[in-house]
Design a binder for this molecule. Structure first.
Ligand SMILES: [Zn+2]
Length: 341
């Protein structure tokens, strides 16, 4: 008897499965299944019972879709009294990003947000014309990429570890999203930060194995170009052949000459290790590197000048265009460095 009772629903389920395979293999989302929901979205094999009115208020695509009258009497494919819409080609990850933002916007961190979620919001935001969600994700992503050196310094005032770790964690997602959406101007800082966080370029390449060929080309080209300006601009004053330090009126020339030699050794060590952080970090003297006040000022001025120059040229090093050009370049036009030559 027991066996019969057990087998009966199972047989029914098999029959249902034959009638509609996609419906029976689907499972209900635990996070987004609302008892008062009025439509079931099926994405891959997960079903979300959500609200038509809310989706329609965000997206003209859904608004139009829900206005199409349902054929009378045909309720095949309905789940729990709700019509089901299959979202072909979408992923559950992207939909959960969008639904998470719609139903609980506070779950998306303001600072150092999950870029995977931002990517989902932008992808579906674009596909279904959910402009508010696309714009929100874009604004949050851009907020992590300062446009001026002063803004970057303010952002990294307590050290740049948080920015480094955030970029390192999401680097491949950021570059994929940047390339997919044509967000060219976020890429130079991402390339620079990821490359400077790794010990050297070979270890960078080994670590980010799934980087696109375009991004790989940008990092290789950009880091090589940066070194030229680090040596010839920011730290040119450390060379014995330069006449910047000791300054003409320096009162302790032997001491300042010794400090300059020490600074040169430190720069050489960083160049040798390909520690690209030296390009945009504020210069800090090593222990024992003692200059008189005047020579220190001259060295700091040279370093700051070099740092500002490198920041201004960051877009050119990595993508071959200047910042303004990158901002204006349309998403379907590739940056100069990626164009076929
Ligand atoms: Zn001096």
């Amino acid at each position: 008897m027991d066996k019969e009772r057990e087998s009966s629903p199972s047989t029914n389920r098999k029959r249902d499965a034959l009638e509609n395979e996609s419906m029976t293999v689907a499972r209900r989302s635990e996070k987004f299944w609302f008892d008062d929901g009025s439509v079931v979205l099926q994405v891959e094999s997960v079903q979300y019972r959500v609200h038509r009115s809310i989706l329609a208020s965000y997206s003209p695509v859904f608004n139009d879709l829900f206005r199409v009258p349902q054929p009378e009497g045909d309720r095949s494919g309905w789940v729990d009294g709700c019509p089901t819409v299959c979202m072909a080609g979408d992923t559950t990850r992207d939909w959960e990003s969008v639904l998470g933002f719609i139903y609980k916007p506070s779950s998306l961190a303001l600072k150092w947000p999950d870029v995977g979620r931002l990517a989902g919001m932008m992808r579906l935001g674009k596909k279904y014309q959910i402009d508010d969600i696309f714009a929100e994700a874009l604004a949050r992503l851009r907020a992590q990429f300062p446009r001026t050196l002063a803004a970057r310094d303010a952002m990294t005032a307590g050290g740049n570890m948080e920015l480094c770790e955030w970029i390192s964690k999401y680097f491949q997602v950021i570059t994929r999203l940047g390339e997919e959406m044509g967000l060219w101007s976020i890429l130079p800082v991402a390339y620079y930060m990821a490359a400077s966080y790794e010990e050297n370029i070979p270890s960078f390449i080994l670590y980010y194995r799934n980087l696109s060929p375009n991004s790989m080309r940008s990092v290789a080209h950009g880091t090589a170009a940066i070194w030229d300006d680090v040596v010839s601009r920011s730290f040119r004053w450390t060379k014995p052949t330069e006449l910047t330090i000791p300054t003409i009126s320096c009162a302790s020339k032997p001491k300042c000459t010794a400090a300059r030699t020490l600074a040169l050794a430190e720069v050489c060590a960083k160049v040798g290790k390909q520690d690209a952080g030296i390009a945009l970090d504020v210069w800090k003297r090593g222990a024992g590197c003692e200059f008189c006040a005047e020579c220190l000022r001259a060295a700091q001025t040279a370093c700051e000048g070099g740092r500002a120059y490198i920041w201004d040229h960051l877009a050119r090093y990595f993508l071959g265009d200047n910042w303004e050009k990158l901002e204006d370049t349309k998403s379907d036009v590739l940056p100069a460095i990626w164009r076929p030559r």
